[in-house]
Write a protein that binds this ligand. Structure first.
Ligand code: ATP
Length: 749
């Protein structure tokens, strides 16, 4: 039998349903409008260059709108604010307005200033808000709501925990099973997070916080907020989000689209050199050395070393031999260097000077008085076009790509010795490798450094890209002409999304399509972004920071990380050390203190490990208990014991996700021991090394061989801390030898 309060709730849900259905109706109208406009734009043919470019812009704009309307379909409206004045606002993923009533707001975008009380108002500081309501929806259906009455004297206010906004909805969200994809937190952003999300665009903001405090979530919502608030400025230059590895980028990949933002480039530092995939592996010590700032000097010296000045070069020319001695070559080299242009650009000066020196010799031999200016010009031209002269210039001042420079440097201990006189012999030996070896992520900042110093002439490549883009548009046009659309084509039969598909079809036929800023940025090494967000920033090396800073001359950045979780030996130990070379003390530290992921029982274990990293570091406070005691089990053989432990944990979490986190050296062996295990985050069970588990989370985590993790790296304790804090519900530890003392809090099972 239902109680009167249940009945009241049902009535409320019905009335909310009516409103929410109206909002979806409005969304459908907008979708249809954009579809029609897109179809119209796509049907325009030919015209002047300007008309075509306007059409491209319209196509891009309407395609983006359509993508945004689809992206906000789930959870379109998630909140409501009732004010003491009687005003009422609904809060959602985008703003919707009533065109018939002077654009009265029907739904307030969560990023609008007026929506802020939804995240900040408290019973103590209600900001005029009487009630905050969190709506729960499934697809287009309202399935429930949670209310908070912001009255300091209410029983609810007395019971709610200090500092939490929308506690019931928040706890439901953090307790939900994980899906393998990070979700957005737009309905439950907490006050300390909101303040960071809405910090000014300018300058560097550092978000320091322990595991699970929402740093990644905050960084991504900040990207969405900045794009909303500074759309004009940022849409043109784009926003770059840098993450530690591609597994992590896949994990967070859906958050921004679900917030209606598709124009953000997600990348690892290793992917920032267009046209190159850095898949190679190398010893951690080599990668750490390549990450050191001294490598900038090594690259610069390596280039200078290629500008050779031998004592004599003889060049056969016109049945004679011309001679370049060291002084002539040094003079030409000096002139070229004094231009202060990048190596490949300064080459023109070098070549001119060499040709002048050779021409002077040739003219002197023929007899200056017998030649007029036209003859001398002819001689210079002949010299310029002469193969032997070209070969000599190429030897003395070669045209170098970053790849060739580094490949030839690493292949030659002699070259390394000249370029790196300040490194020890042992360090220099770490750099040597076979030519043709695959590029590694740590090579990328070095290639970038080299590209800066070498200079590149990419006009040809850009012209080619533009030609391809035009072909793409024409191809799509051809497809559309065949479709022969009528103006009033029934949207049910042929939606504009089909047209977009036709447009995108061009891509698959080898031509480029219209590109967003993010796409153009991905293909252009010299692109500079309007804002850069760096996640797991503690992992970046000094050379990687140099690359990123180059990509953002305005130094508008959000730097997100946790110094206590630094695992990479090239990584950071202090934010000041990382940032002051670029922005001195002009960076702002913000902190997150509440852990939304890891329950208190697991955090107590992790806190002991943190104390072993540095007793002064304070772990974040968990927002909840799970009721499950983290356990440990001593086994004789890890690979043999693993399947049963996996089966047990899988049964305990039902539909949730389980991760087995192992020392990198045992990854292959232990992955083979778990039936159906992969590194695909959508799978129910994944087996990962600690490095690849960074930033991720799972309902249950099995940490295997903690001593192995501790011993594997000088930052082993930080790695173990990361591994333990990936779980949202349950944690188990399997070990063969004595449990490390820092884990003594675990319950033997
Ligand atoms: N306000 C919030 N509402 C609901 N869930 C939240 C909130 N803040 C964080 N979370 C959830 O907590 C989990 C941890 O967040 P996130 O991954 O952003 O933390 P992090 O600080 O980056 O952690 P780590 O340093 O361990 O990578 C995620 O599932 C995230 O969705």
């Amino acid at each position: 039998m239902s109680s009167p309060s249940d009945d009241l709730r049902l009535v409320e849900i019905e009335s909310e349903q009516e409103y929410v259905s109206m909002l979806y109706g409005r969304l459908d109208d907008l979708r249809e409008q954009s579809s029609k406009r897109l179809a119209g734009a796509l049907r325009q043919t030919g015209g002047t260059h300007q008309m075509r470019s306007e059409r491209d812009t319209s196509v891009a704009m309407y395609s983006d709108q359509l993508a945004q309307y689809s992206a906000v379909e789930n959870g379109l409206c998630f909140g409501r604010l009732d004010f003491h004045t009687g005003d009422r606002f609904y809060i959602g993923r985008i703003g919707l307005f009533d065109e018939d009533k002077e654009y009265e707001p029907l739904l307030m975008d969560w990023r609008a200033p007026a929506a802020r009380p939804f995240y900040l108002a408290t019973a103590a500081a209600p900001d005029g808000v009487r009630r905050r309501r969190h709506l729960r929806t499934r697809q287009r259906k309202v399935v429930g709501f949670d209310d908070e009455v912001l009255d300091i004297n209410s029983a609810e206010a007395r019971h709610s925990r200090e500092g939490l906004t929308g506690e019931a909805t928040l706890l439901a969200a953090v307790n939900a099973s994980r899906t393998g994809q990070m979700g957005d937190i737009v309905a439950t952003i907490q006050a300390e997070q909101d303040r960071i999300i809405r910090t000014d665009l300018n300058g560097v903001v550092v978000v320091q916080g322990g595991p699970g405090t929402g740093k990644t979530a905050v960084a991504l919502h900040r990207a969405a907020y900045l794009l909303y608030t500074h759309r004009r400025q940022l849409a043109k230059r784009g926003v770059l989000v840098v993450g530690p590895n591609s597994t992590f980028l896949r994990y967070i990949g859906q958050v921004l689209p679900s917030l209606g933002e598709t124009g953000v480039l997600l990348s690892t530092v290793g992917e920032l050199f267009p046209g190159l995939t850095a898949t190679g592996r190398e010893p951690a010590r080599t990668a750490a050395l390549k990450g050191r700032i001294e490598m900038a000097d090594v690259v610069a010296r390596a280039i200078k070393d290629r500008q050779e000045a031998p004592s004599l070069v003889e060049i056969p020319f016109d049945q004679d031999v011309l001679r370049l001695d060291r002084r002539m070559i040094s003079d030409a080299r000096g002139r070229a260097r004094r231009t202060r242009r990048p190596h490949n650009e300064a080459r023109r000066t070098f070549q001119r000077e060499i040709i002048s020196a050779l021409a002077a010799q040739a003219v002197a031999r023929l007899g200056r008085h017998l030649l007029d200016q036209a003859d001398i010009d002819d001689i210079r031209r002949e010299l310029r076009e002469d193969d032997a002269v070209r070969a000599a210039v190429e030897r003395l001042w070669p045209t170098l790509t970053p790849q060739r420079l580094l490949e030839e440097l690493f292949a030659s201990p002699q070259r390394i010795a000249k370029a790196a006189p300040k490194l020890s012999a042992e360090e220099r030996a770490l750099l040597v490798r076979e030519p043709g070896s695959p590029w590694t992520p740590a090579d990328v900042p070095l290639l970038d450094e080299a590209a800066e110093l070498l200079g590149e002439d990419d006009t040809e490549a850009k012209a080619r890209a533009e030609r391809q883009r035009r072909q793409a548009v024409d191809y799509a046009q051809g497809v559309l002409d065949i479709l022969d659309l009528e103006d009033d084509a029934d949207p049910d039969i042929l939606m504009a999304t089909d047209l977009v598909d036709a447009y995108r079809l061009a891509e698959r036929h080898g031509a480029e399509r219209y590109e967003t800023a993010a796409e153009r940025a991905a293909a252009d090494r010299t692109w500079t972004f309007g804002h850069i967000i760096v996640d797991e920033a503690q992992e970046l090396s000094a050379m990687a920071w140099r690359t990123l800073m180059r990509r953002c001359p305005s130094k508008s950045m959000t730097v997100v990380g946790d110094i206590a979780q630094t695992g990479d030996i090239a990584g950071a130990t202090s934010w000041d050390q990382v940032l002051s070379p670029y922005v001195m003390n002009r960076w702002k530290l913000t902190e997150l203190t509440v852990n939304y992921r890891t329950p208190s029982e697991i955090m107590a274990v992790a806190a002991d490990v943190l104390a072993s990293v540095n007793p002064e570091l304070v772990p974040p406070t968990s927002v909840r208990d799970s009721g499950h005691a983290p356990w440990s089990r001593r086994v004789a053989d890890l690979a043999a014991a693993l399947p049963a432990a996996v089966a047990e944990e899988s049964a305990a979490i039902g539909d949730g996700k389980l991760a087995v986190i192992v020392p990198a050296a045992r990854l292959a062996q232990l992955r083979a021991a778990v039936p159906d295990a992969t590194d695909d985050l959508d799978a129910p069970v994944v087996v990962l090394g600690v490095v690849d588990a960074k930033g991720l989370e799972f309902d249950s985590v099995l940490v295997v061989d903690p001593s192995g993790i501790l011993a594997e790296s000088p930052r082993g304790a930080s790695d173990l801390y990361v591994a333990l804090t990936r779980a949202t519900q349950r944690l188990g530890v399997l070990h063969t030898d004595d449990l490390p003392p820092v884990l003594s809090r675990l319950t033997p099972a």
